[in-house]
Design a protein around this ligand. Structure first.
Ligand code: PMP
Length: 397
């Protein structure tokens, strides 16, 4: 008899690391990784995280379930981190712990699919993190794109973005990357954010922020939260997905939060009850270990201060590697303008290289990254940056 699953088609491969693994060249470079690496190219566990984890273990807590919305000391502190300690949003905020940033987006997507008035559509930037469209579609939303990236300037298509915000039907939902846009590394300036906010307000749009890199982008948690806080200060009741994967290096612990700023306490209560109804059949309640670690950092002043320094250290290493790559290309005599490498922000840089040039980088120079020309700056080290500059120079000139 035919198998029950005989009709299941083969899906496309999800990861690109296979070719890198198969390459025997000892100096091969993997710039496809979506996680921070230290200057030796090794995964990095933050010392503040190790201390917080020891503290959690020493406390000999039990392993009972958290509530549906997670560990309250964690979500409370996560909200303060994002919105700011003096934010008026804090006492009318519906918030739940989530399975990292992805899970926060998924809960938010499901909430919009159920309760967003009008079209169940969300506008995401073109391009965006590849998972955005998938997560929102699976949550039941229709996904549309707004202009974001200008490939001629390797910068922001600010006019196109504003035009699309204005062209969308009034009261549409927009997804914004709060900082360190993935995959382009191109962020609006504070002044551009102010203009975006005004355009969003004029059309009565709803804003959903994805903040996967708070602190990791500029090295300053307040600076990276500027867009979110500005929108809230201007009266937007935003939705927010937070992740602690990058800024605390807690990737596999899957720790994040989803929050919705509500009009008042009564609305918060109603929204909170519906968030629970969404979460309960998905996974009942979230894992506690990562939440306890993040909570220990956020709620212990000495650990918090140490963590701030470590986030800045990671951000600074990335910024230094950007400068070293640009300088390397210039020293080799490249006639191209590489200033976008240092003006972009966060873990990823959009090189402007074509898919064919990226193939050539892999085949001839054992440098691996996605074909869209995105490189993970986290994979660059003091040792390999020279060879990387040479490889890019040979491919592009
Ligand atoms: N949003 C963006 C823009 C991201 O780049 C990422 C991580 N690559 C995420 C969300 C979510 O990651 P995680 O689920 O690991 O927190």
């Amino acid at each position: 008899a035919a198998s029950t699953w005989a009709n299941v088609p083969q899906g496309p491969p999800v990861r690109i690391t296979e070719a890198f693994k198969a390459d025997k060249f000892p100096q091969k470079i993997n710039l496809g990784v979506g996680a921070y690496r230290d200057d030796q190219g090794k995964p990095y566990v933050l010392p503040s995280v190790l201390k917080a984890e020891s503290k959690v273990i020493a406390a000999l807590m039990n392993k009972e379930y958290a509530g549906i919305t997670g560990v309250p000391e964690f979500t409370k502190a996560a909200a303060v981190l994002a919105y700011g300690a003096d934010s008026t949003a804090l006492d009318r905020l519906a918030i739940t712990q989530s399975i990292s940033g992805t899970g926060a987006l998924r809960i938010g997507g499901a909430f919009l699919a159920r309760f967003f008035p009008g079209a169940k559509t969300i506008y995401i930037p073109q391009p965006s993190w590849a998972n955005h469209a998938a997560v929102f579609k699976d949550a039941g939303l229709t996904v549309e794109k707004y202009a974001y990236y200008n490939k001629d300037t390797i910068g922001l298509d600010f006019d196109g973005m504003l035009a699309d915000i204005k062209a969308a039907p009034s009261g549409s939902a927009f997804l914004f990357h709060a900082c360190a846009h993935n995959p382009t590394g191109v962020d609006p300036t504070p002044d551009q954010w102010r203009q975006i906010e005004a355009a969003v307000k004029a059309k009565g749009h709803f804003s959903f922020f994805d903040m996967a890199y708070q602190g990791f982008a500029s090295g300053n948690i307040h600076q990276d939260a500027f867009a979110v806080r500005h929108f809230v200060a201007q009266g937007h009741n935003v939705a927010l997905a937070q992740s602690f994967a990058k800024n605390m290096g807690l990737y596999g612990e899957r720790i994040g939060a989803f929050s919705l700023v509500c009009a008042d306490k009564a609305e918060q209560k109603r929204v909170d009850s519906q968030v629970k109804i969404i979460v309960r059949p998905l996974y009942s309640n979230p894992p506690i270990h990562g939440a306890r670690i993040a909570s220990a950092i956020l709620n212990t002043p000495a650990l918090y201060d140490e963590w701030l320094l470590e986030v800045k250290e990671m951000a600074d290493r990335i910024i230094t590697m950007r400068a070293a790559l640009k300088e390397g290309l210039e020293k080799l005599g490249s006639k191209h303008d590489w200033s976008h490498i240092t003006s972009q922000i966060g873990m990823f840089a959009y090189t402007g290289l074509t898919p064919e040039q990226m193939d050539q980088l892999a085949k001839e120079h054992s440098v691996y990254a996605t074909r869209d020309g995105r490189i993970s700056v986290a994979g660059i080290t003091s040792e390999n940056v020279g060879r990387l500059a040479e490889a890019i120079f040979k491919v592009k000139g």
